[in-house]
Design a protein around this ligand. Structure first.
Ligand code: CA
Length: 500
């Protein structure tokens, strides 16, 4: 650079950049230029995309209702995991478990506190990448708790504010900006929870996720010359279902199907169910009882619109990777933090041990992998993501990890794999432990103090993939229950993949 061209502002930026770089551990490959072809090729970048409350109801999962061309495009270039399970179907614990590599029993992660309060000093995924010379940057909702976004990132976290536009809450770069708007427009703003959905005719970056994409695109340009781990957490399709009108316009509301199993699973224990309080708190939602059909259709419409809105932002990130020529050296990971119910079993939201909530999307595009554009039916878990990324990037796997690396599946997606995937959900003093095997979902609700089992569920996916009937108490199933009980007690270590 011609020094005479350095303005004072740029000079400060250069100084700031040097100070940040000096704080990073030295890495032998850090000085290697891209494509130098030397003995230590540059480690791959990681673009790590989290999508809040995303169901695997996408074209690439064989479901046609939702318009998600960009996620489908990523799947066409990567490996799609058909049967991945979160460890607990709620934002905080799912993310803390995934990012730490621990299951939710570790340090009481299941209680949903910040990761570094549950497990002080945890060597999280981003800390591990930072320690190995990566630039680590966080945009949007990666962890649930803001305090977790202050540890292990070489770039400060970016959290624009604002959920609603129609009620006068605007997206803004800071709480102060949103409050300033509210003061200037007192008639437009109200207090309390806003509506559960809205679809104003606004630009994508009127809402936070468009701003997340703007920042991510800019940051890709800044980070392109060093190995980076860029985490981008999109807020939609989490409630409220607020998205620009053009995404609502992708769907005809009168053509939207309601859930085809609007009943509680037969024989299910009450403790397995929820009253979906998360949704009831929004303006206009029923305080109790069932969801009226017209409102249900509107909510499903809003959920679909939000997925399409986020999908468009993901497309911008993929386009920018291509434009910068980074695609061949960047691993792209896309995960939803858990499933969601849109009226199935009379329920909404997450917070159960059912397949609808524990089953989540996962796509990993790894340059050079044999299994590009393939899918695997291997049973996998979110705790497997951390060790997998270590293997794909050539980093040592920390000893504490409780998952198994899925790297072998990139060579052979059909190879024998785990015998079961494990999830859990607490209800007061009772913990529900659940296990998905190739054929069954088996769940035990246990008193955490006495260990006594208070309820048992068995769903046979061979005949009942929607988990509509609990057959745990059918005498003809006693053998199936006994075998699954033993397997659940043996735990995840006994269910590991052959050779892992
Ligand atoms: Ca979530």
């Amino acid at each position: 650079m011609d020094r005479s061209a350095i303005t004072r502002r740029n000079f400060l930026k250069v100084l700031g950049g040097a100070a940040a770089a000096a704080a990073l551990p030295a890495a032998p490959w850090a000085a290697e230029p891209i494509g130098a072809g030397g003995a230590s090729p540059r480690r791959p970048n990681v673009l790590f995309i989290a999508v809040d409350d995303l169901r695997p109801q996408l074209g690439c999962y064989g479901r046609k209702q939702i318009v998600s061309p960009n996620i489908n495009r990523l799947a066409a270039e990567g490996l799609l995991f058909e049967r991945t399970y979160c460890q607990q179907a709620i934002c905080m614990a799912s993310r803390a478990s995934l990012m730490s590599g621990y299951r939710p029993d570790k340090g009481g992660i299941f209680n949903c506190g910040p990761l570094y309060e549950c497990v002080p000093g945890a060597l999280s995924l981003n800390r591990h990448f930072l320690a190995n010379g990566y630039e680590t940057a966080s945009i949007g909702k990666v962890y649930h708790h803001r305090s977790d976004e202050t540890v292990g990132w070489s770039r400060g976290a970016y959290h624009p504010m604002g959920q609603w536009v129609g009620r006068g809450y605007l997206a803004g770069e800071s709480i102060a900006e949103v409050k300033a708007y509210a003061r200037a427009h007192p008639k437009e703003t109200r207090t309390g929870m806003g509506p559960a959905f809205e679809g104003p005719d606004v630009a994508d970056n009127a809402y936070a996720d468009g701003m997340h994409a703007d920042r991510a695109v800019a940051l890709l340009g800044e980070l392109k010359d060093r190995p980076f781990f860029l985490a981008v957490g999109f807020l939609k399709p989490h409630l409220p279902f607020c998205a620009p009108k053009k995404y609502w316009d992708l769907y005809a509301e009168d053509k939207i199907d309601l859930a085809d199993n609007p009943f509680v699973p037969k024989g299910a224990p009450k403790i397995a169910l929820t009253d979906w309080g998360e949704l009831r708190g929004y303006a206009g939602m029923p305080a109790k009882g069932d969801m009226p059909d017209d409102l249900a259709r509107k909510l499903i419409h809003g959920y679909y619109a939000c997925v399409s809105y986020t999908d468009a932002q993901i497309g911008r990130l993929l386009d920018e990777l291509d434009r910068l020529g980074l695609r061949d050296n960047t691993i792209v990971v896309l995960w939803g933090d858990h499933g969601w119910k849109l009226g199935e079993h009379t329920m909404w939201c997450k917070h159960t041990n059912y397949e609808l909530d524990t089953h989540a999307p996962l796509i990993i595009s790894a340059p050079g992998a044999k299994a590009r554009g393939r899918s695997t039916r291997a049973l996998t878990e979110f705790v497997d993501i951390y060790p997998t990324l270590c293997d794909l990037c050539g980093l040592e796997r920390p000893a504490h990890l409780e998952g198994a690396s899925m790297a072998p599946l990139f060579d052979d997606p059909d190879r024998p794999w785990k015998r079961a995937a494990f999830s859990q959900y607490p209800r007061g003093r009772i913990m529900g432990y659940t296990m998905r095997t190739d054929r069954f979902r088996y769940t035990e609700w246990r008193n955490m103090q006495t260990g006594a089992t208070v309820a048992t569920e068995l769903y046979d996916h061979a005949s009942d993939p929607a988990e509509n009937t609990n057959v745990a108490h059918d005498p003809a199933r006693a053998g199936d229950v006994a075998a699954r009980k033993e397997m659940l007690r043996a735990g995840y270590k006994a269910a590991r993949p052959p050779g892992a």
